[in-house]
Design a protein around this ligand. Structure first.
Ligand code: SAM
Length: 222
């Protein structure tokens, strides 16, 4: 998979792309991630990418030309273009599972007061990471990239995410590691029993209980 991220602040991605699972996926050529600064596509003498809103009012608005020129420099017939915006459809694991099958994602990060409305005519989807407003689309782009890349075959083992929270409209079951007792808190006996069938049943029950307790709404979708 290829992911092109259009941003004014590529340095924000430094740590994100250089650590842990995402770094390994890039090194192993399982994903190709490029940062494209759309300021480089501005034709204005000072490389300006924004301007004041028509009709007056607050903030600066991102202009169409640099963003669309940057977009068209990378777009192909295989591309899916996503605008990151608090006004988009709320992102979730189901959407991550759907997007992991795309060959090429282009993520457009806004900033300041947002985009010229006409940019919406050039995108396939508008996605929000939740009902709150961030200063820019860079963190949302990292959220989409991270959640999608870990689902690409061979990035992590399939069994590592198959029972993750939300995969089946359930939350994950509780997990424990050594020591068996910590400050009087014991690991459930079944997990120390070595009885695989009982452990499997216990985990299924616990996932259901956990979901009932914390996210009943998921069970209604199930
Ligand atoms: C300050 S926000 C602009 C918000 C805009 N005035 C509005 O109320 O819809 C600047 C940029 O950050 C990104 N952004 C902010 N919150 C977001 C969210 N919840 N999900 C996705 N992107 C978001 C978008 O790219 C947006 O264009």
């Amino acid at each position: 998979m290829k992911i092109d991220i259009l941003t004014l602040f590529p340095k924000m991605f430094d740590g994100f792309l250089e650590e842990s699972i995402i770094k390994r996926a890039i090194t192993n050529n399982l994903v190709n991630i490029n940062l494209i600064n759309f300021r480089d596509f501005s034709k204005l003498s000072n490389h300006q990418v924004d301007d004041t809103p028509y009709g007056g009012g607050r903030g600066m608005v991102l202009r169409c030309e640099p963003i669309i020129d940057a977009l068209e420099s990378v777009k192909t017939n295989d591309s899916k273009v996503i605008l990151l915006s608090p006004q988009g459809k709320t992102y979730n694991q189901k959407k991550a599972m759907e997007l992991k099958n795309e060959k090429h994602l282009i993520l457009i990060c806004g900033h300041y007061e947002g985009f010229d409305e006409r940019i919406r005519n050039f995108v396939d989807e508008e996605i929000s990471v939740g009902d709150y407003v961030l200063t820019g689309g860079e963190i949302p782009a990292m959220i989409l990239t991270d959640s999608i890349v870990r689902l690409i075959p061979n990035v992590i083992k399939e069994e590592s995410y198959l029972y993750d929270s939300f995969m089946n409209n359930l939350l994950d079951y509780p997990t424990y590691t050594k020591p068996p007792v910590y400050r009087g808190l014991k690991v459930p006996d079944v997990l120390l029993s070595g009885h695989h069938e009982n452990i499997k049943n216990w985990r299924e029950e616990q996932a259901l209980e956990n979901t009932k307790k914390k996210r009943k709404d998921l069970l209604e979708k199930k």
